[in-house]
Design a protein around this ligand. Structure first.
Ligand code: NAD
Length: 342
């Protein structure tokens, strides 16, 4: 079987826990390059996968013969590295948040179009079984008109996740650009757009940097969103949820409500106004402790979109729309005004 060759750029936690093992599981993909700015880290991870180690992303992309590139880098590098790879004729899977500005996101989309190569953003929440089922229930009209939601993603912070712990780039504005909102909030922005099948038009937010020392980014944010059809709800992101992660979403509609990833036993509970309650035992969501599903679904979807020449579910435009909600929340916090998303 002819194999697609992949270069993984950045050998930190997301590369090691998700991208690399998920590529390695596939017989139709060969990992040819692992790149990290830290030589020892690149070499150690590359050796594990029988790949060549690089410290320069440009060399890894141009010299390895890769067809695919996974961008697993600090946020400020997403756009430049993705654009470089696309210009070199590679298909790109870029981690979230897609970029640090509208301009960067637009440039990434343009580079993908110009090259005729796929660009996918790693919004794995769309591949979680409970989230997919909720989208189906709502699209079928089983919940009637949707009025309200609350979606939240919080944990103790990236020091428990990043390969560099408390010294991580996640806490430095120059590299991260945005904290919990970009790390966790953007996942929920993408998720709520996906579940409701609607775009959001208005955002108001309060953002704080109160929980972390040695950090110059936000570590918690609460935002209120309004959709094009008038659904309103809250989106919360936090690195200050001590003692356990909260990755839950509740949707309130005319005929009942859906509780997603809110109950330890049932990843989706549907309660209807006629008294019916349905407990769904679906695959659990992946957490930072690597619990839940063994595969995020992201890498498989990306590879299949390349093999079948189909548009990835979360292409550049989708990544940009989700990022726009977060950029609007930041603007709202700064201006102390509601921000309209055009
Ligand atoms: N989809 C998800 O659920 C999810 C979860 C966690 C992180 N992420 C995203 O993945 C990306 C990476 O995060 P992480 O958790 O792996 O971070 P991490 O801190 O664990 O690793 C980042 C790695 O990038 C390397 N690096 C930095 N600059 C580099 C450069 N110029 N060239 C090559 N390597 C360089 C670092 O040395 C480090 O090994 C971030 O954008 C983050 O938001 C996504």
């Amino acid at each position: 079987m002819s194999q697609l060759k992949v270069a993984v750029i950045g050998a930190g936690s997301i590369a090691v826990h998700r991208h690399l093992p998920e590529y390695a599981q596939r017989e139709d993909v060969e990992i040819v390059a692992v790149c990290d700015i830290l030589k020892e880290r690149a070499e150690q991870v590359a050796e594990e996968y029988g790949a060549k180690a690089y410290t320069d992303y440009k060399e890894a992309i141009t010299e390895s013969g890769a067809d695919l590139v996974s961008v697993c880098l600090p946020n400020y590098l997403h756009a430049p590295v993705s654009i470089f790879a696309l210009e070199q004729g590679k298909h790109v899977l870029c981690e979230k948040p897609m970029a640090t500005s509208h301009e960067e996101a637009e440039q990434m989309i343009a580079a993908s179009k110009q090259a005729g190569k796929k660009l996918m953003i790693g919004h794995n929440q769309r591949f979680v079984a409970s989230h997919q089922k909720a989208r189906e229930i709502i699209a079928n009209g089983e919940l009637g008109r949707i009025y309200n939601f609350r979606t939240t993603f919080g944990h103790g912070g990236p020091e428990g996740w990043s390969v560099d712990g408390a010294d991580s780039w996640f806490f430095r504005k120059k590299e991260a650009f945005i904290g919990a909102l970009g790390d966790l909030g953007v996942h929920k922005a993408d998720l709520i757009r996906y579940i409701l099948g609607e775009e959001f038009t208005e955002v108001a937010a309060m953002v704080e940097s109160s929980a972390k020392k040695n950090s110059d980014v936000d570590d918690q944010a609460v935002s209120v969103l309004r959709s094009e059809s008038g659904v309103i709800g809250t989106l919360t992101a936090s690195w200050a949820y001590k003692g356990g992660e909260d990755n839950s979403t509740i949707i309130y509609g005319e005929k009942g409500n859906l509780r997603l990833e809110d109950d330890p036993a049932y990843s989706l509970i549907a309660s209807f106004t006629d008294g019916t309650r349905v407990n769904y035992e679906l695959g659990q969501i992946q957490t930072n402790d690597s619990g839940g599903q063994t595969s995020s679904g992201v890498v498989d979807h990306f590879v299949e979109s390349v093999l079948n020449d189909t548009e990835p579910l979360i292409n550049g435009e989708e990544g940009h729309k989700s990022l726009s909600i977060i950029l609007a929340a930041l603007e709202s916090n700064e201006t102390k005004k509601n921000v309209t998303i055009s």
